[in-house]
Design a protein around this ligand. Sequence first.
Ligand code: BTN
Length: 324
Amino acid sequence: MTTKQKILTLLEADRDLWLSGEAIAAQLGLSRAAVWKAVNALTAEGHQIEAVTRRGYRLTPESDVISQASLLPHLNDPAYAENVHVYPALDSTNTKAKELAIAGHSHGTVVVADAQTAGRGRLGRPFASPAGAGLYISFLLKPDRLPLRNVTWITAVAALAVCDAVKLVTGRDAQIKWVNDVLLDRKKICGILTEAMTDLEGGGLDWLVVGIGINILSCALPDDLRSVAAGLYEDTAPGGTRSRLAASLINTFLAPRLWPDSRELYAAYKARQVVLGREVTVHSLTGASYAARAVELDADGRLVVELPDGRREVLHSGEVSVRL
Ligand code: BTN
């Protein structure tokens, strides 16, 4: 760990506690000038650190910059932090994770960015990713490390992991709109984009990248999205919100056992669905839209819809919209 990371770890360990420059210097075997210099560098990176004469330093309650150190207190295993790559800005965390996959990085590599300049959504749509107003995170996963009956269930795992993280941080129960939008109070707060590299010769999957974007501040969303999307908070989030959300997702994805019980996974995914039993509009990948009623989720997580003439269709992909 660098000096900056060590100091941040101390400050993150207890945000209410003032730590004197002297105490930090003694604990880390540094000079007070070195501590001061590192604190200044952390401030320049966006960490809000208060410095008060005779008391010392502390992170303000609002400070919410993700770093390995800010994640550490919330991770189930400190070793998870070693796989986390944090950037101030990227075009897309999914693109970066794919580059790392190609460069040979391992299962469980995590990419986080404070902002994305070309965040990508499903069906080629952009994903608004303003700085500091959302969590933009991607996981590189190797299928042989995922004990799932079928890896297509990974998006369900991701959506459920987001629901758990949202519950942990806000205390609120989120819902899922098939396939994997996460909603709070009927508005989309999170999108998930899963991309995979197939092994053409072997016929299997080499790796998957699961990208998750959680809107944290509603006020930062583009005006045209505000009727259908929202953040977890309107304009300010409690300090450490993004770190706690990210750590909760990391704890799920890097756990040695990821949803080993497929029946439990199916039941949890189904229980959160908002479209079942409702009139929906199906938007197929070919661009066609038609009315139907969502009647069932089949054993493979596909949505079964009933058309007005009584015929049933099983949807593999595409999207449904519903007036909630
Ligand atoms: C959707 O709602 O259509 C999916 C949105 C997925 C957005 C996330 S943000 C992190 C990762 N990086 C991207 O470019 N996209 C995903």
